[in-house]
Design a protein around this ligand. Structure first.
Ligand code: ADP
Ligand code: UVW
Ligand code: MG
Length: 414
């Protein structure tokens, strides 16, 4: 029988990719069939380590979403629960159709500029980088180890948040500190959310009907963690996160930029330890530190009720965002589009409106009717006459990770 007559030969058997995006207290996952990039199942485990952990699993091959609220102690337990949910839909990890598992890994240092099949050396490097991604790399490692234990025969691929930013010029990547000290401790700006910045900048070019090489885009990834990037002709030339995901914008729980002397002051005058300050700046600052809430929906609700503390937190958040828009406008020289993405960027119209307000001199404006439209599609929110496009471009880190993973596994099969 020739290849055309044999149903098993007409398509490669293993074409599914499971993507795991392990955050500090959550795991987002998707199972995709890469022959046509269709999603077979998507889900989320959140509040890991709390009494009210929540797992929401949605099979897309038929059947209803399932939700359970029950304690899930750690990322190992979370992934095992995910594997059980997938198995219930006949999409278990034991399936021969699974080609690989793709993992989001937040910090890849200087070493990893491309996705890579994970071996002991890669695991050791991800572990070595824990001090510079303390909220993320440990969760990524647990996810990888559990997935390896469940399917030791499968390629496990790491896709790094830092990879897209490795094109930054030294003038943007270096801090102005003693070169010897910086080099000895590999202190430089790495940048994060790179998978999202890469995907969104390409999608923005598509929305404009242009090739990525021909457009300059400022991407504003505003989730719980938040970062901005300046993308020139498809290459990242600057980004707001640095050695760790703490630098830059005001975030849900992180301070972003501040005078580093605040730390010495808190040590010398405040009597705080290094660990206490680390926790303060990473987990008790940003929006939650300013007003007690890190969810933009709750902050907007409080503002509508006249809450001054929530208003000030919002204003500080917007002020920082505007400064980065201006900075990256200057870095790029010419800007074709500004793209808002991630949970806040895609959903919070008041954030988009406030961030762009007053920037008419830069050719920037938002049309309030277009801005009010909700939806899952990429869309323009600037008036037709505007010199620079302002867009909402939903990110899809999982699809991007799956695409990169499948490309790599396919390549290594040749
Ligand atoms: N409808 C909405 N309006 C305003 N903000 C929202 C909305 N939906 C989600 N968000 C914000 O998005 C954040 C989560 O964004 P997400 O990109 O999923 O973050 P992460 O990947 O860091 O978990 C929430 O903390 C919340 O502030
Ligand atoms: C790097 C980072 O901040 O990621 P997240 O937004 O998922 O916390
Ligand atoms: Mg995210």
């Amino acid at each position: 029988m020739d290849a055309w007559g044999d149903p098993h030969r007409s398509a490669p058997l293993a074409s599914r990719i499971l993507v795991l995006n392990s955050g500090s207290s959550s795991v987002k996952y998707q199972l995709l069939d890469m022959r046509d990039s269709t999603r077979l199942a998507v889900g989320l485990v959140e509040r890991i380590g709390e009494e009210t952990s929540r797992l929401k699993h949605t099979p897309l091959t038929g059947g209803e979403s399932r939700e359970q609220i029950a304690p899930i102690a750690d990322h190992d337990a979370a992934l095992k629960a995910v594997a059980e949910e997938l198995a219930q839909d006949g999409l278990g990890l034991d399936s021969p159709e699974l080609a690989a598992i793709g993992h989001r890994v937040v910090h890849g240092g200087m070493h990893f500029t491309d996705p890579i099949v994970i071996d002991d050396a890669v695991l050791a490097e991800i572990k070595r980088l824990i001090p510079v991604a303390p909220l993320h790399n440990p969760a990524n490692l647990t996810g990888i180890r559990t997935a390896m234990a469940l399917r030791p025969d499968l390629p496990q691929v790491a896709v790094f948040d830092t990879a897209f930013h490795t094109t930054m010029p030294e003038s943007a990547a270096r801090y102005a500190i003693d070169v010897k000290t910086a080099d000895e401790h590999r202190i430089r700006r790495y940048g994060f959310h790179g998978t999202s910045h890469a995907y969104v900048s390409r999608e923005t070019a598509k929305l404009l009907g242009k090739a990525p090489e021909d457009v300059n885009v400022i991407v504003l990834h505003l989730g719980n963690g938040a970062s901005a990037s300046a993308v020139q002709g498809g290459r990242c030339v600057d980004t707001s996160m640095g050695l760790t995901p703490l630098e830059g914008l005001v975030m849900g729980t992180r301070s972003g930029d501040m005078d580093p002397a605040v730390i010495f002051h808190l040590m010398r005058v405040g009597g705080m330890s290094t660990d206490e300050i680390d926790t303060l700046l990473n987990k008790k600052s940003g929006l939650i530190g300013l007003c007690g809430d890190n969810d933009m929906r709750e902050i907007r609700r409080r503002i509508d009720e006249g809450d001054e503390q929530a208003r000030l937190a919002f204003d500080i958040y917007i002020h920082r965002l505007k400064k980065y828009i201006g900075a990256y406008y200057a870095v790029l020289g010419r800007v074709d589009a500004i793209a808002f993405t991630a949970g806040v960027g895609e959903n919070a119209a008041p954030v988009r409106e406030a961030a762009i307000a007053g920037l008419e001199g830069l050719g920037l404006a938002v049309d309030s009717d277009l801005n009010a439209v909700r939806g899952d599609e990429s869309r323009l929110i600037s008036p037709r006459s505007a010199r620079v496009a302002v867009a909402v471009v939903p990110t899809d880190e999982e699809l991007e990770i799956a695409t990169q993973t499948y490309a790599l596994v396919g390549k290594s099969d040749d």
